[in-house]
Design a protein around this ligand. Sequence first.
Ligand code: CA
Length: 514
Amino acid sequence: MNRSVNLLISGLGLCCLPGCNTPKQTAVLEQPNVIYIFPDQYRNSAFGFWGQEGFKEQVNFKNDPVSTPNLDAFARESVVLTSAQSNCPLSSPHRGMLFTGMYANKSGVPLNCNSTRPISSLRQDAECVSDVFSKAGYDCAYFGKLHLDYPTPNDPERPGQYVEDRMPAWDAYTPAERRHGFNYWYSYGTFDEHKNPHYWDTNGKKHEPREWSPQHEADKVVAYLKNKDNVRDTSKPFFMMVSMNPPHSPYRSFDDCMEEDYNLYKDLSLDSLLVRPNADAAMKKAECTRYYFASVTGVDRAVGQILQTLKEMGLDKNTIVVFSSDHGETMCSQGIDDPKNTPYVESMNVPFMVRYPEKIAPRVDDLMISTPDVMPTLLGLCGLEESIPAEVQGRNFAPLFYNAEASVARPSGALYIQNMDGKKVDGQVVSYFPAARGFKTDRYTIALYIDRDTQKLKRALLFDDVNDPYQMNNLPLEENKEIVVQLCAQLGATLKEIEDPWYTEKILSDMITY
Ligand code: CA
């Protein structure tokens, strides 16, 4: 791929000649468009295809019994990763790492964003993935949930007030100067009424469509692709991020999903739906399973609509489409109500599929990509590796998508990060407490939790993910010393490399080699 040549061709405006009917888009055919779709809380097991030939042999987990026909077909056209990890499986920290290619200690976003946490907000000075695409000549568009900034009282309709009255405020309006290169905007901070969503557009106008949000967002994406109302510059390639909120909670009524999707699951027993042996169908939350799976099916349909439009417009061949999520969902596994923010596979293992027809051959791969790797890899996939900012901590694995045998070192594992609120002053969180760190390899998961006051080890998890894929047997550290030493060496090296607070404060240095 030669970007300079392609941009030069488009710059000459060859297709603007009189009598030329070729759409301008063809002039930049070699510079691919990118669509990054990441519904919130979509766990990697929630696909039909993992139960099908060609996929089920590649994983050691059962697929959820969900209907996802569009994503099943998409998977057969994609590189599908079995082991993509959300390192800090929580909305805002994930998004901070995704946007900046830096871990949560550098992105500016160590905690979930709300109005009590001024220390958790996307760094204004960070060069984000969208900044780089914009500078490279892309039209950049953002759709859906952002949840990446500290909310401030900047409601366009009510100057000086937050966009919501609830305190602390979670939802936010993102003014133009904080959009990091996105020239098209249809987004909100965080808001969980799935059939009563709202969005602020490029000009700060609020929209309340009273429609199931993934469906509405798919329609908006289609309108953008078709350039209704002249919203994009069709002489440019586009970079689009689409953050659907479902299958994120709430998932308890028809206010949250489409009834037609719920009907697929309504007569199935909870035991038949909760197929993971570590799940407890007697938990109160189990009733949510049908709504969660219905949301998954609805998201599949909305994604299918976007894919179909790309095909109809002849854009599919020159568009890299990535499907992922910010984190997973435990859904009654491990006996916990918290869907995320844990080192369990249900939380950390996220979908990651990349489709680029005729350029990237479909296959299943166990590449353990981490969240900060996504930005440099997206840039690398588009031939923009020279533009990866120096500050980026993640790695560009694009060559491995083009060629499984590419001479790029594969990661030996992925970091797990859990942060909590630290000190509070006048109700505002002024520091964060790095509560747990851990490391996942292709064999083991280890997670170490420390006491807030003493910083001593409070709790440990150690799983053999090969022999115990559902992590039902927490191995005692003292009986597995060699394994612990090896994992702690890898953990320490990674924490040192990213300059994590555990490294700078030498936390658990009796165990972890820094
Ligand atoms: Ca989330």
